[in-house]
Design a protein around this ligand. Sequence first.
Ligand SMILES: [Zn+2]
Ligand SMILES: [Zn+2]
Length: 185
Amino acid sequence: MSVPVPRLACDRCGQSFSHRVLYGLFDYELTDGTRLPLERRLAWCGACDNVVAAENLDPAGVLDERATVSRKLQDIKGISVLLPSRRRAATLYRKQLDELELRLAMLQRRQCGPRCLDCGSLETTMLPATPDLEEDGPHIPAGWKHPGCGGEMQAYLPSMRFIYNYRLRIYDAEGNFLRETDEED
Ligand SMILES: [Zn+2]
Ligand SMILES: [Zn+2]
């Protein structure tokens, strides 16, 4: 996979950070071995003193997805479940709903706040969403200040592309790092 990756630079001290930390494969693993997707967002970690990927524990996205899949399942039931393709789709949607329910239950049981996925610290501050950027376009204020420095962060999208080999990182339901693996599912 080759993509241009947004960067953030401080207009006072010049230190810069990359969205690269968000890329990669991340899963939760429940105690029974079930794997669930780990949503993440850009955050400032006070322990790392760096821009990091932190867990996104906001259920809003999961709730939206559940509403969408439920609607699709209802639509199919309204037509005909006798067609094999419809039955297959219905089975798939039910499986997706089961997974979404597991994710919601996990978020509800969650004891602590979002962790830094790098060091595991809870000293995370979510950063505002990076504005839409044009490749090699102008620097745009990112809407937050460099902690400890006070400079304004500016977002930009260099045309340089990176190729990644992803390894899968696995965490428990409380966001503690368990292990890293080469497998991709
Ligand atoms: Zn700075
Ligand atoms: Zn950290």
